[in-house]
Design a protein around this ligand. Structure first.
Ligand code: PAF
Length: 293
């Protein structure tokens, strides 16, 4: 596996693989890899002949009060994991390499942005101003650096997944977005690099996120037509955790990411929650097809 640090070297590496007749997949990550990331890598290995994983803790998607400085980093451990899986290239650029237009002293001010309007108005976007603009900007840059045919993303970050799909369609990127289902612990908790911040009591209570999205799924699939009732089912499940500070429990259309009053037969919805345990923010979600009758 090649460890590549610069955009030029990455583009040359990708050109060589493509000239050899190989198809290319990219798995963008922030690093600190867990089983959820490994599922993305395994999917990429099935989807294409050549797999690049990028590890870049992207400053522009963290708000001023978020955990950019403290975000877990373990490049050496991640490198060994990816090598063992059979990944072809690890792209791990510096912040200066990815944002040459930004002074060290002003990391939050690049010259050019890519943003997708409207789809960031609800769910996480309502509470993390500028987050999705940071994601769409860095993913565009990673796509230009790695030139993949396929980009592989986790459906756990459901709003991100939908926004990237719509970005690729709308801006005519010749890249297929593949979504991988959420990988869960045996008790249902979605795997996340942030789970390691939970104390044992919070970790036990954190299963309410999974119980909430399961309750939403059961309500919608069971014929509930009022979005408010589906939200209530999630809120009731979350109320079982005394230390859960609920940021949101919402139901939106899976394509427009806008809330609705009633679930329409055949509509795909996204039910999602975000909850703080102390300073640790966890999310979970589910895409549900509303039954036709
Ligand atoms: O989902 C993530 O890990 C990040 O948002 C991504 C897609 C790697 C962009 O920095």
């Amino acid at each position: 596996m090649d460890l590549i640090r610069t955009v030029d070297a990455m583009q040359t590496h990708a050109d060589t693989a493509r000239a050899d007749g190989r198809t290319l997949a990219l798995v963008p990550t922030l690093g600190a890899l867990h089983d959820g990331h490994l599922a993305l890598v395994r999917t990429a290995l099935e989807e294409a002949d050549h797999v690049t994983v990028s590890i870049f803790v992207n400053p522009t998607q963290f708000g001023p009060n978020e955990d950019y400085d403290d975000y877990p980093r373990d490049l050496e451990g991640d490198r060994e994991t990816l090598e063992a899986l059979g990944v072809d290239a690890l792209f791990a650029p510096s912040a200066e390499e990815m944002y040459p237009d930004v002074d060290d002293a002003a990391l939050f001010g690049p010259l050019a942005w890519v943003s997708v309007e409207k789809l960031d108005e609800h769910l996480c976007g309502a509470y993390r101003e500028g987050h999705f603009r940071g994601v769409t900007t860095v993913v565009t840059k990673l796509f230009h650096a790695c030139t993949p045919d396929v980009g592989v993303f986790g459906k756990k970050d459901a709003q991100q997944y939908v926004i990237l799909q719509r970005m690729v369609e709308t801006l005519l990127f010749d890249i297929e977005i593949v979504g991988v289902p959420t990988v869960r612990e045996p008790d249902g908790l979605a795997q996340s690099s942030r789970n390691e911040y939970l104390d044992p009591d919070e970790r036990e209570q954190a299963t309410v996120l999974y119980e909430a999205v399961t309750a939403a799924e059961e309500a919608a699939e069971g014929g509930e037509q009022e979005a408010r009732a589906v939200v209530r089912a999630m809120e009731n499940a979350l109320a079982a955790a005394p230390d859960a500070d609920v940021q949101y429990a919402e139901v939106v259309d899976a394509h427009t990411l806008q809330p609705m009053e009633y679930l329409a037969p055949g509509q795909e919805i996204l039910a999602a929650v975000a909850v703080f345990f102390g300073d640790t923010r966890l999310i979970d979600s589910t895409f549900v097809q509303v039954p036709r009758s």
